[in-house]
Ligand binder design. Structure first.
Ligand code: A3P
Length: 309
């Protein structure tokens, strides 16, 4: 384990080659020994790849489009396993003494553990840091992994870090942090590949953000089949409508508006979590040399596998 710093967050730790927040160490053992249940439903991803979109889709399919219940914040319905490891809770509490934080923030692993079954679990952990019972195949929960074009993911991560983590550097420098594996959960290539290689051994559905953009109804049907659910054409249409960008952007159960309000106060910056939802923004945003560097790494990492972005 070693630590390093970058401009906007201090104290990362490298675990099995992945950059993790230092707070992860406090949870590493509990997560390793986490008791997984076969009827758990996990959404695993690298940050900014469409996790929230996928979670809302999966939760609604599994809960028979219960839009009434879906008004409960996603972070409570579909909690983020290692969330508490990502920040310093005592500083957060000190900055917002008036706020009562949910257990999903105060002790996210404990919160997930105690949820009634079937539990819905989000995590950004790389495959090698998932609970042992999943890695060894002792438990076979349903896992949905979502991946996204690395260049678009990097742009989205840049905006996320500006908005929620106080990043103040420029975009080029951020790309260097991404390529240099100095951001939480990097290297992204290995994050994707490790899940991709496990496809045959896990109960895994591999999705891509780009498929969801191209044909959401088809992805809804595929996901429903994976969850052993049957949806009528009307239900598919209704769910696709619920999940469209404009609706998600204004849906307070999924748009993290409370966190954004707190962030705006801390970092004096405007923005929204559900930001622009586009494919190919890298064409306008990235310099030619940065595009070449991304392409080189994608070629090097993905060319032996059937992985195209
Ligand atoms: P952008 O920043 O490119 O807009 P995550 O949930 O993994 O953090 O991913 C966030 C990204 O998914 C953001 O990308 C966000 O806008 C996008 N997203 C969220 N809901 C979406 C939807 N309904 N349609 C398209 N993109 C969506």
């Amino acid at each position: 384990v070693d630590t390093f710093t970058n401009e906007f967050r201090k104290g990362y730790t490298t675990v099995n080659g992945f950059s993790m927040p230092v707070g992860y160490r406090d949870f590493a053992e509990t997560i390793e020994n986490f008791e997984v249940k076969d009827d758990d439903i996990w959404v695993c991803s690298f940050p900014k790849t469409g996790t929230t979109w996928t979670q809302e889709m999966i939760w609604n399919i599994a809960n028979n489009l219960n839009f009434e219940e879906a008004r409960v914040p996603l972070s409570e319905r579909f909690p983020f396993l290692e969330f508490t490891a990502l920040f310093d809770y005592s500083s957060l509490k000190a900055a917002h003494p008036e706020k009562e934080f949910s257990q999903s923030v105060v002790n996210s692993v404990g919160f997930v553990k105690d949820k009634p079954s079937p539990r819905f679990i989000k995590c950004h952990l790389p495959f090698c840091l998932l609970p042992r019972q999943i890695r060894t195949g002792e438990r076979k929960p349903k896992i949905i992994y979502v991946a996204r074009n690395p260049k678009d993911t990097c742009i989205s991560y840049y905006h996320h870090c500006q908005l929620l983590e106080g990043y103040r550097g420029n975009f080029d420098d951020f790309c260097r942090l991404f390529l240099g594996n100095k951001l939480n959960y990097t290297p992204y290539w290995d994050h994707i590949l490790d899940f991709w290689k496990q496809k045959a051994h896990l109960n895994l559905l591999f999705l891509k953000y780009e498929y969801m953009k191209a044909d959401l109804p088809a992805v809804i049907k595929k996901s429903a089949a994976f969850l052993d659910k049957t949806l009528s054409e009307d239900q598919v249409k209704t769910l696709a409508e619920h999940l469209n960008f404009a609706n998600m952007k204004v849906n307070p159960a999924v748009n993290y508006e409370q966190a954004i309000i707190r962030s705006k106060k801390s970092f004096s910056i405007e923005g929204s979590f559900i930001r622009s939802g586009q494919i190919g923004q890298w064409k306008e945003r990235m310099s030619d040399s940065m595009i070449q560097e991304f392409n080189r790494l994608m070629e090097e990492k993905f060319s032996d596998y059937d992985l195209i972005f």
